[in-house]
Design a protein around this ligand. Structure first.
Ligand SMILES: [Fe+2]
Length: 320
């Protein structure tokens, strides 16, 4: 079995790199390297990039990449049916990779050996005074205005035409574990799955890949972690003031508990800020929830049908 360490980056193809670069900077990412065909962007963590924007005639999803624990995991992966040989990455930090293809033909890269960069300065998380537990004494809350600093990529949600086949591949080939399954009728009829990385006793995000039954295969959104609730709200305000298109948020999901905020990027893809998500480990049992609207969020703006349709949106972008 291949041992994954964490999700590493996503790659999207965009028709206008200048426009997407401006958006992603306002979203809270930082450019590591730019060339004619590609822009590599990072969070505040040590990874040299968490997002690759690639030049293309039409918007398209490119790949999801996971870091593996050891180089042997790449060698093992290269022996899978349809896998590439181990090859060298030519982006910042170097490293090596193997490319796989999931049942829908989506490219899944496994990467290893990228040289880390020094972490970027990050605003400390705010100390909150709850009603009966006052911890901030004699100091004020003054988080600075600006983009929500992105720390890392957290997960990708994918609509799949053949749910059972996708669930089998992601759990058997990548070894992901179901934290939550949304079911219709009975436990043996899941229609959505929140899958986490198998990190044994170590705590890991409630989900790294979310799969849900959909009319067609489409990446629904990629999600990036920010420092705290104020970062999320200040980041929301920052993007709104720059006439970007809010999609859904701010609210709190049910399964995974993240505070969420979705945006439509200039190419029409959904991208999410999240904070305060649940963590799971080997002692966390799989939970089953009946499919209903309330399985998606606890509070927030009313969910629209467009959220379910996902992917490219038809929302009007205000003039700048
Ligand atoms: Fe999400």
């Amino acid at each position: 079995m291949i041992q994954l360490k964490d999700i590493h980056h996503v790659m999207y193809r965009h028709p206008d790199l200048q426009v997407i670069e401006r958006f992603l900077i306002d979203f809270g990412l930082v450019v590591t390297q730019r060339c004619e065909q590609r822009i590599y962007l990072r969070g505040t963590g040590a990874q040299p990039y968490v997002y690759i924007a690639e030049q293309a005639d039409e918007p398209a999803f490119g790949a999801i990449a996971f870091a593996v624990q050891q180089r042997q995991d790449l060698e093992r992966a290269s022996e899978l049916a349809g896998a590439s040989a181990v090859y060298r990455l030519n982006g910042p930090g170097g490293g090596e990779a193997v490319s796989l293809t999931d049942p829908a033909g989506r490219r899944i890269d496994l990467v290893h050996g990228l040289a880390p960069l020094p972490a970027l300065p990050l605003r400390a998380a705010l100390t909150h005074n709850s009603a009966l537990d006052k911890r901030r004494l004699g100091t004020a809350q003054r988080p600075a205005k600006g983009p929500a600093q992105v720390l890392r990529i957290g997960h990708v949600a994918i609509g799949v035409a053949d749910f059972k086949q996708a669930l089998k591949w992601y759990t058997e080939v990548l070894g992901l574990l179901p934290s939550d399954l949304i079911i219709e009728g009975s436990k043996d009829n899941p229609v959505a799955a929140f899958l986490r990385i198998n990190r044994g006793a170590d705590w890991t995000d409630h989900h790294t890949i979310a799969l849900f039954q959909a009319p067609q295969d489409r990446v629904h959104h990629a999600s990036f972690e920010v420092q705290d609730f104020d970062a999320q709200c200040l980041g929301h305000q920052w993007l709104e003031e720059r006439c970007q298109v809010p999609f859904w948020g701010v609210g709190r999901h049910l399964l995974g508990s993240q505070i969420f905020d979705y945006w439509s990027d200039p190419s029409g893809n959904l991208i999410e800020h999240f904070t305060d998500g649940d963590l799971c480990n080997e002692s966390t049992p799989t939970q089953y929830t009946a499919s209903c609207d309330s399985s998606l969020y606890q509070w927030g703006p009313q969910m629209t049908l467009e959220y379910f349709l996902g992917g490219r949106t038809t929302l009007k972008r205000p003039n700048r």
